[in-house]
Design a protein around this ligand. Structure first.
Ligand SMILES: Nc1nc2c(ncn2[C@@H]2O[C@H](COP(=O)(O)OP(=O)(O)OP(=O)(O)O)[C@@H](O)[C@H]2O)c(=O)[nH]1
Ligand SMILES: [Mg+2]
Length: 361
């Protein structure tokens, strides 16, 4: 009898214990559906518990990008990388063979030959997937073609966009260009090769070095604790940034993040980011991720052509102290009609639609 009673008491105690644990878990919200939808980074980025819808939360975070044989080759290079040298690479997204060959020739002759940093080339399926085109690029990397790595990517419209994406918008740009902007602002930081790096030097296929770079710019950034290096500040066309500054202010209000120098970063300021040397920890941080996911979720990349330059320029003004940015004036560089250090080159008159900007520049 006593034994039966003891067993009964034990079962009751166990049941109430399990029920209490379940209720507690529910109340603390650890397994609450809303919070689980956010990535751990996003949860961390919102200490005030905000759960605004972001592209990442809408899609349950970006799916992991697989690492192919080129990516594994890159990982092996990084695993053997000298310990006293910054892990860094020159990074391109390309679609024009006739542009990229001379660009690779110039960086190969004027920088990589001396300082031996790898080059990563992102491209879509097409000519760059073929050995013939790849060999043309490799032969331009005369210093060491084994240091060039190809990574194929695929661009799709995000599924969270609610309205159809028009091919024609005020800010003239093809949809491929808008995919490019989204990739450079966000997708590139999901790539496993990029996650290997401490610094990246992003260039366009129409970027050219004009003369030897006399010092290792990655060590320069590292030694001076710099996060962002650029060759020029420029202006975007106002039609291309419609609503971007407002969306950013809304993000800052919601997150209560204190920006570094956003108050001085007037619309439509950009860094001319066809030449951009930056520290990866900025772009891989939970704060930047929460910002870019928020901006992405607004759809302005496709509806207005919010570019990677204005998005990342704003992010620099929010997340990086101004004294950790660096204006490279001593590098012979060309992009289209722009030549670094050429004071006659001035787009301001063409672009200064914002009267506030005319007084800043
Ligand atoms: N894969 C891919 N790359 C693209 C696409 N559009 C642009 N790119 C690449 O993205 C980089 C920037 O494109 P650009 O056309 O130079 O853009 P931009 O510098 O704003 O414009 P420009 O002043 O005309 O040079 C270049 O390396 C292009 O090859 C695209 O649709 N697909
Ligand atoms: Mg360009």
């Amino acid at each position: 009898m006593l034994q039966k009673r003891l067993t009964y008491l034990l079962v009751c105690a166990l049941c109430s214990c399990v029920a209490t644990m379940y209720m507690l878990r529910d109340r603390t919200g650890v397994f609450n559906g809303d919070k689980r939808a956010l990535s751990p980074e996003l949860r961390k980025a919102q200490p005030n518990g905000l759960t605004f819808v972001t592209a990442a939360s809408a899609t349950n975070g970006p799916p992991p990008v697989s690492c192919d044989s080129e990516c594994r080759r890159f990982q092996r290079l990084m695993a053997e990388w000298p310990r006293d040298k910054p892990k860094a690479a020159l990074v391109y997204l390309v679609h024009r063979i006739e542009y990229i060959v001379p660009s690779i020739q110039s960086v190969s002759d004027f920088f990589c030959r001396q300082f031996d940093y790898p080059i990563v080339i992102f491209h879509e399926a097409g000519p760059f997937s073929s050995p013939g085109t790849r060999n043309q690029v490799l032969s331009a990397a005369a210093w060491n073609s084994s240091r060039v790595f190809f990574q194929q990517v695929e661009f799709k419209l995000p599924t969270f966009l609610t309205k159809p994406v028009p091919a024609e918008i005020k800010c003239h740009s093809k949809i491929g260009y808008r995919h490019m902007c989204r990739f450079q602002a966000k997708g590139v930081f999901d790539q496993p090769v990029i996650k290997e790096l401490e610094y990246m030097w992003q260039l366009d296929d129409d970027s050219r070095l004009l003369s030897s770079v006399t010092y290792d710019i990655f060590r320069f950034m590292h030694n001076r604790h710099l996060d962002y290096g650029y060759v020029w500040r420029h202006l975007d066309a106002l039609a291309c940034v419609t609503g971007l500054w407002e969306a950013t202010s809304e993000f800052l209000r919601r997150t209560k993040i204190k920006p570094q120098f956003f108050d001085k970063w007037a619309e439509p300021y950009i860094f001319y980011n066809n030449f951009e040397v930056s520290r990866l920890s900025v772009w891989l941080s939970a704060d930047y991720r929460s910002y870019v996911d928020y901006i992405d979720s607004k759809g302005g990349i496709y509806y207005h052509r919010w570019g990677d330059a204005p998005i990342k320029g704003i992010a620099v003004s929010i997340f990086i102290p101004e004294n950790r940015t660096h204006f490279f004036t001593d590098i012979g560089y060309q992009h289209g009609g722009f030549v670094n250090g050429d004071t006659n080159f001035n787009h301001v008159t063409a672009y200064s639609e914002n009267p506030q900007i005319r007084t800043i520049l």
